[in-house]
Design a protein around this ligand. Structure first.
Ligand code: KIV
Ligand code: NA
Length: 277
């Protein structure tokens, strides 16, 4: 398997071939995503919720994102990996944004980074792109500013709000982003954005009009139990399966049914040590 490039992703859009991607936060999930033939992996700051149990993404630090991106890189050497810029890693200044985007590349070997926001982060997008890095935009529901959005709420559902999103999207492309992610927005609004932009426009909860889809690994697997957004489809129930496996192990160990002969090491010498009584 050959790792995709920006040019491949652009060509997939031109050929109406959907790009499929998923989040991963650790080595094994990354390896499974790679084996499953995912086109891209996002090391989302959703790791704050999915891995660390925070109620949102705001507490997530650069170091956490770097460590998890490193693990994902080791698990998926041949997959295009996007590092997600956490809260306060790019908002304060353009300079900090470039430095932190660079950290993702130098320390974790990502292929691109993603950051949230529209026109207000275009100076950062442009500066990171000018630094030679691939930047993905992210508009619609933006969890790092969920306070301003009044919670984790769908966006762009009125004509005025949709117009605002479309203008953000166009500004992001003009600033030099290589792709755009649209989250929790009606399909027709995502469709207009896709029509207006020449870079790939991807969806998470933004319908079928996009150039590809992203899902959160813990949602696809049925691991994340705190809440389920409307746009989630659970393809497995690994949460229940995990509890059941843990219960079976506990029951067998309690009842002396595990471990058995086949799990035990054999002595290489028959004799056991002779000890004083
Ligand atoms: O952090 C993340 O996983 C994301 C997606 C929810 C879009 O940014
Ligand atoms: Na994110």
């Amino acid at each position: 398997k050959k790792k995709l490039t920006r040019i491949d992703l652009q060509k997939m859009k031109q050929d109406s071939q959907k790009a499929v991607w998923i989040t991963a936060y650790d080595y094994w999930t990354a390896a499974f995503a790679d084996q499953a033939g995912m086109d891209m992996i996002l090391v989302g700051d959703s790791l704050g919720m999915c891995i660390y149990g925070y109620s949102g993404t705001v507490p997530v630090t650069m170091d956490q994102c770097i460590w998890h991106s490193e693990a994902v890189r080791r698990g998926a050497a041949n997959t295009f990996i996007i590092g997600d810029m956490p809260f306060l890693s790019y908002q304060v200044s353009v300079e900090e944004a470039v430095r932190n985007a660079g950290r993702f590349h130098k320390e974790a070997g990502v292929d691109a980074i993603k950051l949230e926001g529209g026109r207000r982060v275009c100076p950062q997008i442009q500066a990171i792109a000018d630094g030679g890095m691939l930047v993905m935009g992210h508009i619609g529901l933006t969890p790092q500013s969920s306070g301003q959005q009044g919670g984790f709420k769908a966006q762009g559902r009125t004509a005025a709000a949709a117009k605002d999103l479309i203008e953000d999207a166009m500004a992001i492309e003009a600033a030099g982003a290589f792709a755009l992610l649209v989250e929790a927005v009606p399909p027709e609004v995502c469709g207009i954005i896709r029509e207006r932009l020449s870079i790939p426009v991807y969806s998470i909860g933004a319908g079928w009009e996009a150039d590809g889809q992203l899902m959160i690994c813990s949602d696809v697997l049925g691991i994340f139990q705190a809440f389920t957004p409307k746009f989630v489809k659970k393809y497995e129930n690994l949460g229940e399966k995990t509890v059941s496996a843990f219960q079976q192990y506990a029951q067998e160990a309690r009842n002396g049914l595990f471990p058995k002969e086949e799990h035990a090491y054999k002595m290489v010498e028959k004799e056991l040590p002779k000890l004083k009584k």
